[in-house]
Design a protein around this ligand. Structure first.
Ligand code: GP9
Ligand code: MN
Length: 625
C-alpha cells in the first residue's frame, strides 16, 4: 500500500492534479475573492479530473504531452480571464471565446493590463524542466496509475459535476462572477448555456391593439403614468427635419463644461449647450458589445443582451428600429463608422437595424490613422460629403455618425494634442483621455461648421451622446484616481464613470434648450428624438421620452450584476462576488445603505421590476428571430 502510494505521487496524474488545483485556488482568490480552497476541488477540479482520468484510462503513451497541453490551455485561459476582468470588471463567459477575433483592435489596451504576477500560472513549466534536468531518478514516464482507481475518480467526478448542475440549473445567472464563486466557473457556463437554449415563455402582448397595454405596463414599472406620445408637450416640434445623431467614443459627462489650466476640454459642446437641451443625468447601459451595444440601444430602445454582444445574435433579423420607423416617414438612413465593418458584426447589425446604407473603413481608407481608424477629422470630412450627397437625393435623412479617435488607450500624435496640460497630467491615462476628448470635440466643431455652411444645420435635429466610459477599471492607476479626484473636486465614483452626456439641438427653436435632469439612459434616446420629430413609435420600446417623464427605472447589466438599476434617486448595484449590494445616492454621490436597517428590502421591489423589464425586452428581441 505504502509502496503503491509512493508510486502514485510520482505519477503525472498526481503532479498535474496538485498543480492545477493550486492554480484554481489562486485564480478563485484573485478573481472572485474566494478564500475557500475546497471550492476549487469540488467545483473546478471535478471537471478537470473527468478529462485527466479519461487520459489515464484511454492512453498508454504520450500522456505527458496531453497533460502539458491541458495545463497550458488552462493557464492561458486563467491569465486571459484575469486580464479580461481588469478591463471589463467581470469574468468572461464562453460567448467571449467567439469574440476572440475582436481582440485585435483593442489589444493595446489589453496588454496594458498584463501583470508580471500573471506569469505565476506558468511557473510549473519551469519546475517541470528543472525536475527533468536535475533528477536522474525522474521516473514519471514509467509510472502507471491503477485502472480501478482512475475509474473511481472518473465516476466520482462525473457524479459531482452532474449533481452540481442538477442542483443549480434553475437558478438565474445574474452575475457571472458571483455565480462562479458559488457554483464554479465551468458550471456557470453550463447553466448559462442551458438557460440560453431552453425556451422561456412570456405572457406579453407584443403586437396589435394590446401592444399599448404592454407599453402602459412598462411605463408603470418605470414609475410613471403612461401618456401616448402624441399628447406630450413639444410633440413634433421638429417635424420633417433631418436627424443627425453623433455617438462620441468614450465620452463621459464629467468633462462637459469643465476646464483644465484655463482651457475648456470640450469648447464646441459647451458653446452648443447654450442653445440645446442637455440631459445631464443620463447613464450608459451597454453590455459586452460596448460601442455596438450603444448603437443598438440608440436605434431600438431595447436592452442589449447580458453576456454577449447583441450583434452576435442579430444576423438575419429585422428589428423594430429608428431607421425603420423613420423609413416609414420617407427618411433615408445611413450609419458611418471608420473601423472595418465586420468588427462587432456590424455587417449583420446594420441590415438588422434597417439602415439603407453604411460607410466604414473600406470607404474612409487608412490615411491619418490614429488607433484603429482614420482620425475623426478625416472621418467627419468624408462623412460630410456623404451627407451632402444624400440630402440632395432624398427629402429627409437620418445619419448615425460614430466617432472613433477618443478610444482607449487615448494615445495620439503630438500634433493632435491641443491642450496644454499641467505637468502632473502629462503622459497619464487621464491626461491622454482629456487630450483625445479635446481633439474629438475640435473635430466635431469642424463638422458642425460644415453643417452650418451647407445649410443643413437649420433644418436638422442634431443629437450627441457618449457610447460608454473611457476611464474605468484597472486601467486607472492610483495617480489617475488622484488626478480625477482633484479635477472633479469629489471622488471619481461609479456615477462619474457611467454618466454620459446626451444633448439634443433643434436650431431655431429656442424652447428646445436648457438643462433637464430627468434620470435617463441610452434606452431613452430613441423615444426622446421620435417625440421631437413627431413620430409615435409603432412598436414596443423600453425607454421613454426623457423630456416628458421624470421617474425612471433603468437596468444595466454586464458591467454591474444583472438586476442592478437606477431609479430617480439612487443607483442600486446588486451583490457580486466581491461586494454586497451597494447603493449610491445620485444627488450626493455617497453610499447610502448604512442609513437603512435592511438596505436590500428598500429596493427589492424595483430589483424584481427591472428583472421583469429585462426579461420582456429579451423576449421581444427573441420574437424577431
Ligand atoms: C470598434 C470600435 C471600438 O469598431 O467601435 O469599440 P469598443 O472597444 O469601444 O467597443
Ligand atoms: Mn466604444
Amino acid at each position: 500500500m505504502k509502496e503503491s502510494f509512493k508510486r502514485f505521487i510520482k505519477s503525472y496524474f498526481f503532479f498535474f492534479t496538485v498543480v492545477l488545483t493550486l492554480k484554481f485556488i489562486l485564480l478563485r482568490y484573485w478573481l472572485l475573492y474566494d478564500f475557500n480552497p475546497f471550492a476549487s476541488l469540488w467545483f473546478e477540479m471535478s471537471l478537470v479530473l473527468i478529462v485527466m482520468s479519461t487520459f489515464e484510462l484511454i492512453f498508454k503513451r504520450g500522456k505527458l504531452v496531453l497533460y502539458i497541453f491541458l495545463d497550458l490551455l488552462l493557464s492561458a485561459l486563467f491569465v486571459g480571464m484575469l486580464i479580461y476582468e481588469r478591463y471589463f470588471s467581470t469574468i468572461p463567459t464562453y460567448y467571449d471565446l467567439s469574440q476572440l477575433n475582436q481582440v485585435g483592435s483593442v489589444n493595446e489596451s489589453m496588454w496594458m493590463l498584463f501583470d508580471k504576477t500573471d506569469l505565476i500560472f506558468f511557473s510549473d513549466f519551469l519546475l517541470l524542466v528543472v525536475l527533468w534536468f536535475f533528477s536522474r531518478k525522474w521516473s514519471y514516464p514509467s509510472i502507471k496509475t491503477s485502472k480501478l482507481a482512475m475509474t473511481g475518480v472518473l465516476v466520482m467526478s462525473l457524479v459531482v459535476t452532474i449533481v452540481n448542475f442538477q442542483m443549480n440549473k434553475s437558478e438565474m445567472v445574474l452575475d457571472n462572477a458571483l455565480f462562479a464563486k458559488e457554483n464554479g466557473f465551468f458550471q456557470t457556463q453550463f447553466i448559462q448555456y442551458y438557460h440560453e437554449n431552453s425556451n422561456s415563455e412570456t405572457a406579453l402582448a407584443f403586437t396589435g391593439e394590446e401592444q399599448n397595454v404592454t407599453l402602459k405596463r412598462i411605463q408603470e414599472l418605470k414609475g410613471n403614468d403612461y401618456v401616448p406620445m402624441k399628447e406630450h408637450e413639444h410633440f413634433g416640434i421638429a417635424k420633417d427635419r433631418n436627424l443627425i445623431v453623433i455617438q462620441i467614443e468614450s465620452l463621459q459627462g464629467f468633462v462637459i463644461g469643465k476646464s483644465i489650466n484655463g482651457q475648456e476640454i470640450t469648447p464646441t459642446i459647451n458653446q452648443w449647450l447654450e442653445d440645446s437641451l442637455y440631459f445631464s443625468d443620463v447613464y450608459q447601459q451597454i453590455g459586452s458589445g460596448n460601442t455596438s451595444d450603444a448603437e443598438f440601444l440608440m436605434n431600438t430602445s431595447l436592452y442589449p443582451l447580458g453576456n454577449q454582444a447583441t450583434t452576435e445574435q442579430v444576423g438575419g433579423m429585422q428589428l423594430p428600429s429608428l431607421p425603420r420607423m423613420l423609413g416609414d416617414q420617407g427618411y433615408h438612413s445611413v450609419t458611418m463608422h471608420a473601423d472595418v465593418v465586420t468588427y462587432w458584426n456590424r455587417d449583420e447589425l446594420y441590415p438588422a437595424l434597417g439602415f439603407d446604407d453604411y460607410y466604414a473603413k473600406e470607404f474612409y481608407g487608412e490615411k491619418d490613422t490614429v488607433g484603429f481608424g482614420p482620425s475623426d477629422g478625416l472621418f467627419y470630412e468624408r462623412s460630410m460629403d456623404v451627407i451632402k450627397e444624400i440630402s440632395s437625393n432624398h427629402k429627409n435623412f437620418y445619419a448615425h455618425v460614430l466617432s472613433l479617435t477618443s478610444h482607449t488607450p487615448f494615445e495620439m500624435p503630438k500634433d493632435k494634442e491641443g491642450l496644454d496640460l499641467p505637468a502632473a497630467y502629462e503622459g497619464t491615462l487621464t491626461g491622454n483621455y482629456m487630450q483625445s476628448v479635446h481633439y474629438a470635440d475640435q473635430s466635431l466643431g469642424d463638422f458642425f461648421q460644415d453643417l452650418k455652411d451647407s445649410g443643413l444645420w437649420n433644418n436638422s435635429v442634431i443629437a450627441l451622446y457618449g457610447d460608454h466610459s473611457g476611464l474605468h477599471g484597472k486601467l486607472l492607476k492610483s495617480e489617475d484616481q488622484d488626478l480625477l479626484e482633484d479635477f472633479i473636486g469629489d471622488r471619481y465614483s461609479l456615477l462619474n464613470r457611467f454618466n454620459i452626456p446626451f444633448i439634443v439641438g433643434v436650431p431655431g427653436k429656442e424652447e428646445v434648450s436648457g438643462v433637464v435632469d430627468h434620470i435617463g439612459g441610452q434606452i431613452d434616446m430613441m423615444p426622446t428624438l421620435l417625440n421631437l420629430l413627431g413620430v409615435e413609435p409603432n412598436t414596443l420600446y423600453f425607454g421613454h421620452n426623457l423630456w416628458h417623464y421624470s421617474d425612471n427605472l433603468l437596468g444595466m447589466r454586464y458591467y454591474v450584476p444583472t438586476s442592478s438599476f437606477f431609479n430617480k434617486n439612487a443607483f442600486f448595484i446588486a451583490k457580486n462576488s466581491r461586494f454586497d449590494e451597494r447603493i449610491i445616492d445620485l444627488a450626493s454621490n455617497e453610499r447610502i445603505e448604512n442609513e437603512f436597517e435592511n438596505p436590500s428590502s428598500q429596493f427589492e421591489d424595483e430589483r424584481k421590476d427591472i428583472l421583469k423589464l429585462l426579461q420582456w425586452s429579451d423576449a421581444y428581441f427573441e420574437s424577431f428571430k
